[in-house]
Write a new protein. Structure first.
Length: 204
């Protein structure tokens, strides 16, 4: 074999070795590239990370059953001493009594203040008598009946006394023809207080 032929064979084997080495290097990834790829188990899945509704913290917002309603849960017990005095009734002979409009009153350690009021309407004839009575049998220590023109309400300018007394029987003549606001002030016996009642009286 000639020297030239031998050199060609050696060169061919060297090239083949280099080609095989290059292919093996290309087929095997570098360590740096392998390390940079995240492991499939290194990050939890969404299903694992999420909290199921049954494991969630309970809602702290109070419900309707948690709220105490004082109007329904606390029994109401009215104080009988805070009730107003008995109704005052005014009538003329043969007519139905009319309940008066309650103004200032003091009764069983309670009370209320009010100005002169117009009163509830009642119609009477000239010369008739007005009779007052309480709706309950409460003794009266003293009483006074007065009138003012409607233009004076709610003041008491020009008030005219129509009668007074110290008995439970109260009756006075009707005022002159016209329209009046008539008040009946009574003081109850036994230091139980007093009250004033009003009527809008029309005399014709």
């Amino acid at each position: 074999m000639s020297v030239m032929r031998a050199a060609q064979i050696v060169l061919a084997f060297a090239c083949l070795g280099m080609l095989v080495g290059a292919c093996s290097v290309a087929a095997e990834p570098s360590r740096s590239s392998v390390a940079s790829v995240p492991s499939p188990t290194s990050q939890p899945s969404v299903a694992v990370a999420a909290t199921s509704p049954s494991e969630a913290a309970p809602d702290s917002t109070p419900t309707a059953t948690d709220v105490v309603n004082p109007t329904t849960d606390v029994p109401f017990s009215p104080d009988p001493t805070l009730t107003p005095p008995p109704d005052g009734l005014l009538a003329v002979e043969g007519g139905d009594p009319v309940v008066g409009e309650l103004g200032t009153w003091s009764w069983n350690n309670a009370g209320s203040d009010a100005p002169w009021l117009p009163g509830y309407p009642i119609r009477v004839g000239v010369g008739e008598r007005l009779t007052f009575a309480l709706a309950e049998r409460v003794p009266i220590e003293s009483w006074t009946v007065s009138r003012v023109p409607p233009s004076s309400v709610p003041g008491n300018d020009g008030a005219v006394a129509m009668g007074d007394g110290t008995t439970s029987a109260i009756a006075v003549p009707a005022p002159p023809v016209g329209k009046w606001s008539v008040s009946v002030h009574v003081r109850f016996a036994g230091n139980r207080g007093d009250a004033t009642y009003y009527w809008a009286v029309t005399v014709d």
